[in-house]
Every structure is written in structure tokens, then in C-alpha cells.
Ligand binder design. Structure first.
Ligand SMILES: *Cc1c(COP(=O)(O)O)cnc(C)c1O
Length: 404
């Protein structure tokens, strides 16, 4: 079945040393590591295919176009979108959200309401604040609870006929909470509001079905799913994407251009101005293939095992408090130690070769809610092991000894 030693051999970086120690990489929620199967695709692209896409008559351009459009199909199949032109390839989650927020500038009116959740990453807050400044729409916040979940009854009372858009992450990057997006979507649709789901933190662990969810927009980044940085996607329902104006103007996104009038290309090209990250897009497809070969159920059940193991161990450490204790969470542990700044713990762990994240994790409102400056976050992937968690446990204990 699942052989983690064999999996780890796919990731060259996992065998490097940091500060003289074997690397323990527990910053997967910030970016995941890249397997050879994906690195090889990038190398192969530059060794064999490198050419601009969609425009050349020559062989290289055709092969590069086929590979890029093939990746779009792979992404479509993975998310079960009805059409491949509903998959817009972007620079990542941040750009995907900005694309939608920018498009709604001309679709909103003063007095319209937008709902954001208290659990969001800054990239799912700031573009909407900017949109509100442009349009006079109002941003309202779905509050969170002490366990790090969303207050769903407050959500229901915030929804009304003025609500135009709801944006929530599928999984919180700071706490690991899996949000009840099915319910969020159904309730929003009941008042005719559209929903954007930020899937950046969910996609490494969960395989979403956009048609079954009936979600309006779903966005993610490749670099958290074993793919390269600087590439990601926006899924949108065809009818909605057709109503949105283009995001950027330039080559590729036009049908005809004269100085009097320009007409735009059809989906998906309308939203893909300029030369894209071609190798990145192809590698995004390869990363999904790699993950699907292992299987998302296998990944999820192994990671659950890691999470339970780590939670039980870390809970035994005196003075350690875990933030985010939702019943449904991914393999993320956000914690603090009484009287010690998260940064100091992180620095000592780094000395021991253990990579964790410290700080507000681009989710300052969550830290404000708990009235803390930040947390230490250990986030696990399917290539991590229990032995590595033992090293984290020992490392935290050592840090406490040194700092107290
Ligand atoms: C990482 C992350 C983002 C930002 O993704 P980028 O790749 O930096 O654009 C947004 N939301 C969540 C929940 C994330 O985890």
C-alpha cells in the first residue's frame, strides 16, 4: 500500500541537510516540495518543447500548445469542471481572486454586500476591500469561534437579498479548519449570492468536485500541490465568466484589434493575456497526475494519522496550546508555548534542521481574535513521517529548556 520511504525518494530536497541535520520540512502549508516527476516535466519542456503557444505554425509551438492545453484538460478532469474553458490558468490563488474582484468592479453597486469569513488569508480579504472602495459595496465578516470554526448561525443571519458574493476558504491555512463549504454555498445560493472558494489550502489534501459543490468560483495555486510556484487556476462557471469583463488587456486575449474597437477572445483566452507560465502550467498538470497516482484518499488517511500522532504528542508538552481544534481539520498544528514568542521557537527549530512557519500566516484577523502576535505552525504532507514528528517534539522540548 502506502510506502512513505518510496514516496520520499521522489523528493530530492528531502535528503538535504540543514544546519548539519537531516531536513524536516513542516512548512507545507506555505509551499509543498516538488517531486522528480514534476521537475522532469519542467526540464523536458525547456530541453525539447520551449516555444510560444497558440500562435506558431511550427512544430515546437504546436507541441508546446498541446502540452499546455493537455494540462488544462488534466486540471479540468481533476476538479470535474464541465468544460476545459472554465479553467483559467493564472499566476496563482492571489491573481485568481484579484481577477474576480477586478471583474466585479463594473457589476456591483453602492449598497451591495459582500461576505468574507474571519478565517481568511489576506489574499482573500484585501482584493475585496479594494473592490468595496471602488464600488461602495459593504464588506461584512462571518465571525469565528474559539475552536477556529465559522459561526454558521451568524452567517445565516448575515445573508440577505443585498448579498452579492461570499468568499470563504475551503481550509484555513493558519488553523487547518475544513469549512462546511457545501452548506455555505447552498445558503448563499438561496439568496442568489455567488460564492468564491479559496482552495489553496484544501487542494493538497482534498479533491474538490466543482460541479457537485455547485460552486461559482474555485481558486488554487499549484505550488501547494507539489507543482511549481507562480501558476494556479481559477475555475468559474461558464455563464458567470462570460459576464465578467477581461482582467488584463494584451496579446492572446483578443479576437480582433483595430484602433476603433477591439473584440475579445472566447474563454479561457479572454482572461489569459500575454505569454503565460507555459512550463509551469504543464508542470501543474503533472503535479496533479502525481498526486492522483498516489490517490487523495490514501493521502488524506495517512495525513490524518500524522495529525493524530502529532496532536497527541504535542499536547503532552507542558505550556503548549494548540489553536484551531475543529473536528474537521487538515494536517496543520498551530501552537504557542506559554511565555515564549513563536519566532524564538521557530529559530531554535531551524537550528535543529526543522522548518516550521512562525507569525500571523497572512491571517492577521485570526491572530487578533485570539489576541496573540502569531503562532508556530507545523504543517504536514504525505511525504512526512512519524519519526520527523518525534524530532519536532524533541526540538520543541529543547527550545523550551533553552528559552525558559
Ligand atoms: C497560500 C494561500 C493563498 C495564497 O496563495 P498564493 O499562491 O500566494 O497566491 C491564499 N489562500 C490560502 C488559504 C492559502 O493557503
Amino acid at each position: 500500500m502506502f510506502d512513505v520511504t518510496k514516496i520520499r525518494a521522489d523528493f530530492p530536497i528531502l535528503s538535504r541537510k540543514v544546519n548539519g541535520q537531516d531536513l524536516v520540512y513542516f512548512d507545507n502549508a506555505a509551499t509543498s516540495q516538488t517531486p522528480l516527476q514534476v521537475i522532469d516535466v519542467i526540464t523536458d519542456y525547456y530541453c525539447r518543447l520551449n516555444a510560444n503557444i497558440h500562435r506558431g505554425v511550427h512544430k515546437l509551438s504546436q507541441e508546446a500548445t498541446d502540452a499546455y492545453e493537455g494540462a488544462r484538460k488534466t486540471i479540468q478532469t481533476h476538479f470535474n469542471a464541465a468544460h476545459s474553458h472554465e479553467i483559467i490558468l493564472t499566476a496563482g490563488t492571489t491573481e485568481s481572486i484579484n481577477l474576480i474582484a477586478s471583474g466585479y468592479s463594473s457589476l456591483l453597486q453602492n449598497g451591495d454586500e459582500l461576505l468574507v469569513s474571519a478565517l481568511e488569508h489576506h489574499s482573500n480579504i484585501v482584493p475585496w476591500q479594494m473592490l468595496c472602495e471602488r464600488t461602495g459595496a459593504k464588506l461584512k465578516v462571518i465571525p469565528m469561534t474559539q475552536e477556529g470554526t465559522l459561526d454558521m448561525s451568524a452567517y445565516e443571519s448575515l445573508l440577505n437579498s443585498k448579498t452579492r458574493l461570499v468568499f470563504v476558504n475551503h481550509v484555513s491555512n493558519a488553523l487547518g479548519t475544513v469549512n462546511p463549504i457545501e452548506e455555505i454555498i447552498t445558503k448563499a445560493h438561496a439568496v442568489d449570492a455567488k460564492v468564491l472558494i479559496d482552495g489553496a489550502q484544501a487542494c493538497p489534501h482534498i479533491k474538490p468536485d466543482v460541479q457537485e459543490l455547485d460552486v461559482d468560483y474555485y481558486v488554487t495555486s499549484a505550488h501547494k500541490i507539489c507543482g511549481p510556484t507562480g501558476v494556479g487556476m481559477l475555475y468559474g462557471k461558464e455563464t458567470l465568466l462570460n459576464k465578467l469583463p477581461p482582467y488584463q488587456g494584451g496579446g492572446e486575449m483578443i479576437s480582433t484589434v483595430t484602433f476603433e474597437k477591439t473584440t475579445y477572445a472566447d474563454l479561457p483566452h479572454k482572461f489569459e493575456a500575454g505569454t503565460p507560465n507555459i512550463a509551469g502550467g504543464i508542470a501543474f498538470g503533472a503535479a496533479l497526475d502525481y498526486m492522483n497516482n498516489i490517490g487523495f484518499e490514501t493521502i488524506a488517511s495517512y495525513e490524518e494519522e500524522l495529525l493524530a500522532y502529532a496532536t497527541n504528542k504535542l499536547r503532552e508538552i507542558p505550556g503548549l496550546k494548540i489553536f484551531g481544534e475543529a473536528a474537521k481539520k487538515t494536517a496543520v498544528i498551530s501552537f504557542n508555548i506559554d511565555g515564549i514568542h513563536p519566532y524564538d521557537i521557530g529559530s531554535i527549530l531551524d537550528q535543529l534542521g526543522i522548518a516550521v512557519r512562525t507569525g500571523h500566516h497572512c491571517a492577521q484577523p485570526i491572530m487578533d481574535y485570539y489576541q496573540i502576535p502569531g503562532t508556530v505552525r507545523a504543517s504536514f504532507a504525505f511525504y512526512n513521517t512519524k519519526e520527523e514528528i518525534d524530532r519536532l517534539d524533541a526540538g520543541i522540548r529543547k527550545a523550551i529548556e533553552m528559552l525558559q
